[in-house]
Every structure is written in C-alpha cells, then in structure tokens.
Design a protein around this ligand. Sequence first.
Ligand SMILES: Cc1ncc(C[n+]2csc(CCOP(=O)(O)OP(=O)(O)O)c2C)c(N)n1
Length: 329
Amino acid sequence: MSFIERNVMLTKQDKIDIFREMTMIRKFEEKAAQMYERGNIRGFLHLYIGQEAVASGFMWPLRSDDYVIGAYREHGHALGRCASPRAVMAELFGKSTGVSGGKGGSMHLFDIKRRFLGGTAIVGGGLPIAAGIGFAITYSGGDQICLCFFGDGAVNEGSFHETLNIASLWNLPILFVCENNLYGMGTAVERASAVPNLHRRAQCYSMAVETVDGMDVMAVYDMADKLISQVRETKHPIFVEAITYRYRGHSIADPGTYRTKEEIEEWRRRDPIVQYGSKLMDEGTLSPADIEKIQSDVASEIEAAVKFAQDSPLPQPEALYHDVYANAI
Ligand SMILES: Cc1ncc(C[n+]2csc(CCOP(=O)(O)OP(=O)(O)O)c2C)c(N)n1
C-alpha cells in the first residue's frame, strides 16, 4: 500500500500492490464477520465485500496530503488509505490501540496521520464535512483535494443537495464519489429515487459528472487519476457515480432477502478481485503461484491483526475526555 504521484504510469509493482490491497480489504472483512459472530466485535458491522475496486481505484492516485472522508461502510476506505490492519481490527474490537482509540468502532474509523477524516453513521453526514475540508483547503491556499465517499442513499438527503450547491458556488476542491451499490438497506435505488441515474441529480449543481464501472479497478483508477487532477487544477468539484454491488446484506444482521440468489450470482461473476487477478495473469504480471502467495501472506497479516486486537487493552474511562477538541487543519 503506497501513495504515488499523479500521471506516473502504474509500474508492475503498483499493479501487484493494488491487487494485494484489494485482497487485504476482502480478507479483512471476511475475518471481521467471523469475529463478529464470535462476539469479539459488538454494535453494527457493515461489510464492503464486492466494492473493493472503488476504494482501491479511487485512492491510489491521491497524494498523501489529500483528504478522504467515508461513510459508515468504510473499512475498505480506511485500509485503502493505508491505515494499518492491526489498528483497524483493534478499533472494531473497541480496543485502545484502534485507529480511534477504541471509542469509534466500525462506523467511526478516523486516522488523522493519513488524513482519513472518518466514517460517519449518519447517511449523508460526511458531505457537509467534506465541504468544510474543501473550504479549509481553499482558505489556506493549499492545492490538496478532498475525496468524499457516500452511498446511493445519501443522494436523497438534504445534506447532499446543500453540499453540492455550496461546493459548486464556492469552487471547493472536492471529488464526490457515490458508490451506487443499487440498494439503500433493503430498498432498491429505483424505488427510492425519482431519477435513478444518480449522476443526473448532481448535474444541476453545475459540475461535471461521470459514471464508472465500479467492478473494474483499472477503469476506476484511470477515471480517478483524471478527475483528481482536474479537481486539483480547476478547484471545482466533480461528481462521479461508481456502479458497484455489495454481496452481503446491508449489515451483518441483514439476511438480504430482498435480492434474488441469481442477482447476487450474476454480480459475483464480475468479482473485482477475480477479474483483476485474471487480467494480471493474462498480461504476465502475476502467476497463479504469486496469487496464492499474496493470499496467504495477507491471511497471516490478518491473523496477526486479530491477535494484536485480542491482546490490546480496553480504553481507560478517562479517555472519554481526550480528543474532544482538535486543532484546525
Ligand atoms: C440520516 C439517516 N437516515 C437513516 C439512517 C438509517 N440508515 C442507515 S444505513 C441506511 C441506508 C443507506 O444506504 P446507502 O447510502 O446507499 O449506503 P450503502 O449501504 O449502500 O453503502 C439507512 C437508511 C441513518 N443512519 N441516517
């Protein structure tokens, strides 16, 4: 996992690292589900399985001083932004060594060193925060951008419309990424949105809009590389809709009976990691043995993360009074 500068062609090692990162996100989540079932993780747990190409493809072209904000399905974003799997797992376990000191849990991952300014449990809640970050960048004369992830459900929230309006009016350097996984809890997009082509909802705020196949990591990377530099240069926001799919239910408690097995199978056939792995094998970047080795190395790293989380202490009661106020960015 690393940051690269824009317009640098992906090297062979970058491509391998992207594959490794997507594998890490997938296996980390599978392990988190298991840990939840064993009672090591409490509260809510929203899995990102199926959407890995969006997190990896969008974050790979970012600079280390750019900002990222997620929503509540944000384990993949935190890991893609280079947060350590140990610190993310410890956060899920509610331990003091977690990215948010064990006080946030699954929906409130936060890593200031990597400028990952959090998940948020409120649908659409990250958008106004992104506007604040964008304004702070502009006000301080910086050339960073803010990458803001949210789900299709957020497009029906007032905060979405207020944020896009002000971001366009004030020329805030934000790339809005809607991860359209076709459902908000159990409700299909076309049953919730009068205009189901969600990018059209953003068009009326006078900004460029794009759509991308969120199951194809290289398509996402190319789009992200282009749009991130465009936002950086023009200081004007852009909206992109990534069409993707979550294989699991809305949260771990949701059996997902509102979708047919056939529909899920259809999307699984386009699995972003399998597709990308085949492409890398076809072009000779990876062999089947390399893929197996990556998978087993990642599995060992995750086992170590679980052990670290298990062995870590719970936060002390006085931690309640820490991290209440922060310095301005
Ligand atoms: C303001 C607000 N309304 C309702 C909820 C309850 N809620 C939690 S998740 C969710 C669905 C959101 O779906 P989407 O934004 O598409 O994200 P996805 O689950 O697809 O990642 C809802 C309605 C909430 N957390 N916040």
